[in-house]
Structures are given as structure tokens and as C-alpha cells.
Design a protein around this ligand. Sequence first.
Ligand SMILES: Cc1cc2nc3c(=O)[nH]c(=O)nc-3n(C[C@H](O)[C@H](O)[C@H](O)COP(=O)(O)OP(=O)(O)OC[C@H]3O[C@@H](n4cnc5c(N)ncnc54)[C@H](O)[C@@H]3O)c2cc1C
Ligand code: SF4
Length: 514
Amino acid sequence: MKSKLRHLILVLGDQLNLDASALTGFDNQQDAVWMAEVDEESTYVVSAKQRTAVFLSAMRHFAIKLRNMKYEVHYSLIDADNNTGNLAGELEKTILLTRPKKLIITEPGDWRVLQSLRSVAQKHLLELEIRQDTYFFSTLNDFTLHTKARKQLRLEFFYRELRLKTGILMDGKNPIGTKWNFDADNRSSFGKQGPGILPLPKRFAPDQTTQEVILLIEDRFAHHPGTLDSFGWPVTREQALDSLHDFIAQRLPSFGLYQDAMWEGEVWLYHSHLASSLNLKLLSPQEVVAEAVNSFNNRLAPLEAVEGFIRQILGWREYVRGIYWMHMPQYVELNSNNVHLPLPHFYWTGQTNMACLRDAIQQTLAHGYAHHIQRLMVTGLYALLLGVSPKEVHQWYLGVYVDAVEWVELPNTLCMSQFADGGLMASKPYIASGKYIDRMSNHCKGCQFNPAEATGHNACPFTTLYWDYLNRHSDALAKNPRMLMQLKNLHRLSEDKKQLIAMQAHQHRSEITA
Ligand SMILES: Cc1cc2nc3c(=O)[nH]c(=O)nc-3n(C[C@H](O)[C@H](O)[C@H](O)COP(=O)(O)OP(=O)(O)OC[C@H]3O[C@@H](n4cnc5c(N)ncnc54)[C@H](O)[C@@H]3O)c2cc1C
Ligand code: SF4
């Protein structure tokens, strides 16, 4: 160990890239890296076992890589006797031990973590240099500039701006294929015949490091949700690249068409499963998008699929990051519908007789994964229609998914899914009745409820709660032109029917929260 350091480079669990800006200019002779495993990151919201395993295993693999490259790494193990349990405490210990002249970090993704590291730096009168995160297409400043001239923020405009700026899928100033957006072509279900033979998911057998992490989690976080039996997520850059290439070859061509489709028992479908690798920085969004564009250029994937995929990464991923940093810290408290029910207990067990929710939650607990429509239009939709406190919904999403980090999870949950910002991010609440789930999946076929019924013994709770939501919020929603069609259908219902729906919704809420 050096007697006195020049720079202590702080590397967080979601900053596992060798070309991170914080590591630029690293000098083995004068600098060292700090990394820390701490209980707080798995307990400040209860982190499911799969999620904790992805983070700890990926961090340990990254530290091994750095040490193999002769980097001095000060690494706190979560089960070390003197581990203080939080990032601030572990950083303080390393500062006192190494006496650095300066701390350097790449922009953290989490507001809470940034505040805590800043206060440690201040306490020790140390400069904390925060370097730009180059694993995004846009900077936070780009987003601020984008918002300046606008009354209303919408993904579409930011996405087009980034397409123009980067030239991705562009023919000069025009989008390739003459359309910016192929969403309308990307909403197929699998039909009655189902998805047929699906490509096998790319999974990785746990190596020794991962096995140690799994044992540790089974012991230390035994009571945390989920299981580790199926663990197979990429935890190194090499594995993440393998997953990327597999997705591009096997799934991308059908990604667009079946982006929104669901099928009982089918977890992986045509999605990429790359979000955890992207969020941990095992992959850069630039290389992921470049591979998708190559596939289109080589006529291996249709434009609809490639644009649909790129929109998620160049569009949504960049957009939600900007929204998060623009609105934190008060953002997490938003609750425009003023709803306060607790999250139903079955979100932690999957034990419910609503088939769609059961399938989405059980696979979430088994694998730490559900695709976007399951998150938005099954688990998220039900919580929104029921009237669950958005903060509780947020804590669940942040805890259960392997790709969950706050900067991307919070805007998706609070705003896209729960409409807790009253329309700041999405132009309307994503609400639908059980008929939408019936159209996009086969869940309803095996369910005791009927998606076409809003009242009565067999009524689908989604359908009951949907009409009830529209009815309860009709005055506020009437101001939104995009809701007019749905409200028109509501006004076709008789007053008696609306009253029956309100009573059934009330009864359902009482039963669920009893
Ligand atoms: C309530 C809710 C919570 C969510 N929480 C997270 C989260 O914690 N972390 C996370 O990365 N994504 C989150 N998402 C967005 C999206 O659902 C996941 O990125 C996606 O399901 C991950 O699976 P995949 O890698 O197979 O994605 P694919 O369907 O293959 O999509 C490709 C990539 O695009 C990006 N992407 C897709 N949709 C979004 C989106 N809406 N916002 C930002 N990036 C997107 C992801 O990086 C993803 O890997 C959430 C969505 C909802 C509705
Ligand atoms: S009937 Fe309703 S609860 Fe049952 S699977 Fe369909 S949407 Fe879900």
C-alpha cells in the first residue's frame, strides 16, 4: 500500500467499466480504487436475492479484474467484522487509512449515494471530483437544455433530438424508413397458437465467485424475497457481450413485433435481458445500439424491430435519467392521485388467484426479471388502479429486479406506471381493463375471472378497477384530450352500473388489504 495517495477512485456497484471516466488517467504508482459491499444497499429497500447476487458477484469479478491489472483496490467485504454497513462508513475508513489528496468518481446514478459520498468528502476536507458518465448518449446538461424551451416534456422530442445529434438510423435530417416511430407495427400478440419454439435464453452457470456470493446471500439475507436456484445472469463484461451477441442474432428480429406480448410461463420471449448489464456498465449503450444498427444494415433484422429496440435505449433510457436528476430529491414523494393503500402482500409471494399477476410476480421472484409490459400493464397497472401508495410501489420495483437502480426505476414506476406526477412525464395514465391483458396474452384463459366482466362473481378485478378509476378521476382526466375516447366509453355506462362497479371495487380493495 502506498504511504499517501494522490487519487482515491470511487467505484460504485453500478460503475463496473474499465473505461469509466473516473479511471481515466489512473496511475498505478500514485492512485488506488475504493469499492465497498455494504448491508445498507440491500436493506434500505429490501433487495431480492437475485438482485443482490448480480451486484455483489459483478463487483467481485470487477475487483479481481482490476487487481489482475495491478490496480491497488481497497475492497470492503460485506461480511467483514469491521464493515460499518454503509458506504459513508466504509469510505471514511479507507480515507483514514490511505490519506488521499483527492477523491474522484464518475457521476453516480443515485441521488442518495451522491449526497452521502459528498458529505464524507466535506467532513474530511477533500475535493470530490465528479466526472461525466460517458455510458450515456446525452449529458445531464443536454437534458436541461432540452427542457428549457419547453412547456411540456415528451420522450418523442428528446428521442428525435438524439437521433439527429447521433445520426443513428438517420438519412441526413430524415429518419430512415421515413418514420420516426414504428410503435404501431410493434404491438402483436402471439395469437391463439402461442409463441411456438422460442430461442433459449443465454444463461451463465455460477462460477466459484458467484457461488460464494450465493452462499453468502442465502445466509445473510435468508429472509429476503426470491430464490437463487435459477441464477444465471451475466456478471462480467465477457458474459454481457455474449448475451448481447446472442440477443442480436436470436431475438432482435422479432423484438419489435412481440415487444408487448405475454405468454403464461414464458419468461424471456424476444426481449434482450440486457438492462442489468447496461445499468452495471458491463455494456455501453453505444455498443448495444451499434450492434442493432449493424444487424439492420446487414439485413438481418427489420427496421421496425431495430427502431423499436433503439427507441428504448436511445430514447426512454436517456429520457428517464434526465427526468430523475431534474426532479430529485422531492420527486420520490410525488402522489398526484393522493392514494395511500399498502402494497398487497401477494406482491412478495405471487400467491393470488389473478393469473396474470401470479405469473408476473412468480417469475419476478424466481429470476429477478419481468419484461416491460408485465411491469407496466400487469403489476404496475393493478397497483395504480387499486390505489397503492406510489412510494410503496417504487420500493417494490427497486427491490425485486436485477436491473433496478433508482435513476431508471423511479421515473418508470412513479410517472410512467403510477402517474404520480400527474402527467409530467407521460401524456396520459397507462390504464386499461382486463381486456387488454386478454388481448396480449393467454393468462385470462386459465383464470377464474372474466376480463369482459366488471361486476358480479366472475368479474376481473382489473376491469372493475379500471372503470372505477375512470369514474373517480373523470373530472381531472376530462382535461386530457388523449383520454376522451376512454371517458366516452365510461359515459355510456348507466349510473346504476357505475354504482355497482364502485361497490365491487370497494369490496375488492377491502378484501385485498384486509
Ligand atoms: C414500473 C417499471 C419499473 C421499471 N424499472 C426498471 C429498472 O429498475 N431498471 C431498468 O433498467 N428498467 C426498468 N424499467 C424499464 C423496462 O421495463 C426494463 O428496462 C426492461 O423490462 C428490462 O428488460 P430487458 O433488458 O429485457 O429490456 P428490453 O425489452 O430488451 O429493452 C431493451 C433495453 O431498453 C432499455 N429500456 C427499455 N424500456 C425502458 C424504459 N421504460 N426506461 C428505461 N430504459 C428502458 C433497457 O436498458 C433494456 O435493457 C421499468 C419499467 C416499469 C414500467
Ligand atoms: S381475467 Fe383479469 S385477473 Fe384474470 S388473467 Fe385476465 S386480466 Fe388477469
